[in-house]
Write a protein that binds this ligand. Structure first.
Ligand SMILES: Cc1cc2nc3c(=O)[nH]c(=O)nc-3n(C[C@H](O)[C@H](O)[C@H](O)COP(=O)(O)OP(=O)(O)OC[C@H]3O[C@@H](n4cnc5c(N)ncnc54)[C@H](O)[C@@H]3O)c2cc1C
Length: 458
């Protein structure tokens, strides 16, 4: 049975006191920077915090946490602002806006990097690629480091190099009770376990240290097929990925294509010997054949930039997701049929291929649990302001109702939406959830940081 903790009633006065204690800036509603700072990628989550802190130093974050706890405010961090649920900004809370924290130091010789949470993966990829190195980050260049690292990090190098957290060496964390601690596998192993998958529930991350992997040119891109071949293409994708080498990370998509109409697409990233990659990808490029083949040798990071262009900010969005129990013919038929009625060009259904190197650590290694799952379903619905909102949300809900029985009651926390009530257990499991609750009692005893998704333990 969860307990709801008592917090002091928020006091509207006192932000000037906080401003006096920090080197950075504090904004409240009416300030010129307030709206820019509270805005996030998903326009549906239009939230108004009581105050926004743009910290200059780590001590500013410490002071903000102490202030929030003492004065009864919930505290959240905004890094890239790309999270679907809008957890970065909470109504009536205090938001730490890290969007200007974009330093990255690379030691190419040691193959390590130290980076701040406000960088996007596009910026990180550009910096590390200067040295022919990479961190396995998000699939879309506009995703922020902070939120995605702490959720686990699914990207185009997942099967070849693992999740983002598998390259994480350490993280500096400000706890909900205002302490700055360094967390790594030796000094704080239990908290390091939790920060890798459930980090945003346990603390505010101010800096990350990573191992870098040599990744230079990759064989990557997308093939597009006519939508009326969706069933055949998805069945081919299942066979093609069933025994794919770990160098290949891919996903299939039912989506609107660059030309505007509905299409079925397969996106790939081969991070290995390029000649070998040509051979492995040959059946994919021959099948159909595709209506368009946009696969080629390119610098790592280019595909992510293209995907960012296809998913611009400022659109209302909802998402439903879950790892598949079985990727069988019935699932394929139902998914293809459901996409026929997708009402807007911002709707898509993705099937990500997981496993490979992400599987190696084992499910217990980190709070990110589902390393042994093969396929993840993501249903994404978007609509521009007031246009088709109700219809699109109903499509999302009905499609999820239809496909959810084919999922494994297993979710990635980074994809959970604000209305995914009760799905925290699906992300972390019963044992993981209990372990996280014990950690949270130590790092956030006032429960001012995010609750575990869906379980509303504030
Ligand atoms: C279209 C789309 C595509 C996506 N693709 C991928 C993908 O390829 N791979 C993947 O792994 N995920 C993906 N995601 C999920 C995304 O990674 C997560 O939502 C992630 O949290 C976003 O990170 P951010 O820093 O941009 O988020 P924000 O919106 O800034 O934050 C998201 C959450 O993390 C918390 N948080 C942010 N920064 C910190 C910090 N420094 N300390 C503590 N808590 C913090 C926030 O409070 C919030 O709860 C995708 C989401 C969408 C909508």
């Amino acid at each position: 049975m969860e307990t709801v903790l008592e917090r002091p009633a928020p006091s509207a006065t006192g932000f000037e006191k906080l401003a006096g204690r920090i080197e950075g800036r504090v904004f409240t509603e009416g300030h010129d920077n307030y709206d820019e700072s509270r805005r996030i990628w998903n326009a549906l989550r239009d939230r108004k915090p009581a105050a926004i802190v743009r910290p200059k130093t780590v001590q500013d974050v410490v002071q903000s946490a102490r202030f929030a706890r003492a004065n009864g405010y919930l505290l959240s961090a905004k890094s890239g602002g790309h999270g679907i649920s809008g957890g970065a900004v909470r109504d009536g809370g205090i938001t730490i806006d890290f969007s200007r924290w974009k330093e990255i130091e690379i030691d190419a010789g040691a193959r390590t990097a130290r980076l701040q949470p406000g960088l996007t993966w596009g910026e990180i990829d550009a910096a590390t690629q200067e040295y022919g190195l990479a961190i396995p980050g998000g699939k879309v260049a506009s995703i922020g480091a902070g939120g995605s690292i702490l959720a686990g990090g699914i990207g185009w190098l997942l099967r070849s190099h693992g999740l983002t957290i598998d390259s994480l060496r350490s993280v500096d964390v400000v706890t909900g009770d205002g302490r700055l601690i360094h967390v790594d596998g030796r000094t704080n192993p239990d908290l390091f376990w939790g920060m890798r998958g459930a980090g945003s529930y346990l603390g505010i991350a101010t800096s990350f240290e990573f191992d870098l992997a040599p990744v230079n040119n990759v064989l990557a891109g997308i093939v597009f097929h006519p939508i009326d071949r969706a069933v055949e293409v998805l069945a081919f994708y299942r066979e093609f990925t069933a025994n794919a080498p770990d160098e290949l990370t891919s996903m299939a998509a039912l989506m609107y294509g660059p030309e505007g109409g509905k299409t079925v697409a397969i996106g790939v990233n081969w991070a290995g010997d390029l000649d070998e990659g040509e051979k492995v990808l040959a059946p994919l490029r021959a099948f159909g054949p595709p209506a368009a083949d946009m696969i080629g040798v390119m610098p790592y990071g280019l595909l992510q930039k293209e995907l960012a262009k296809m998913t611009p900010p400022g659109v209302n969005r909802g998402m439903k997701s879950g790892f598949l129990q079985t990727f069988d013919d019935d699932f394929i038929a139902q998914a293809a049929d459901a996409f026929r009625t997708a009402p807007t060009p911002e709707c898509m259904m993705l099937i990500e291929h997981h496993g490979g190197a992400a599987r190696a650590a084992g499910n217990d290694a980190t709070a990110y649990l589902h390393r042994d799952r093969d396929y993840n379903l993501v249903i994404d619905a978007g609509w521009k302001k007031d246009v088709l909102g109700r219809e699109t949300y109903l499509w999302l809900a009905s499609t999820w109702n239809r496909l959810r029985p084919m999922t494994a009651n297993a979710a990635y926390s980074g994809y959970l939406d604000a209305d995914d009530i009760g799905r925290g257990l699906e992300a972390f499991g019963v044992a993981g959830f209990a372990r996280l609750r014990n950690l949270k009692a130590k790092t956030d005893p006032g429960h001012i940081l995010a609750s575990l998704p869906g379980l509303r333990i504030l």
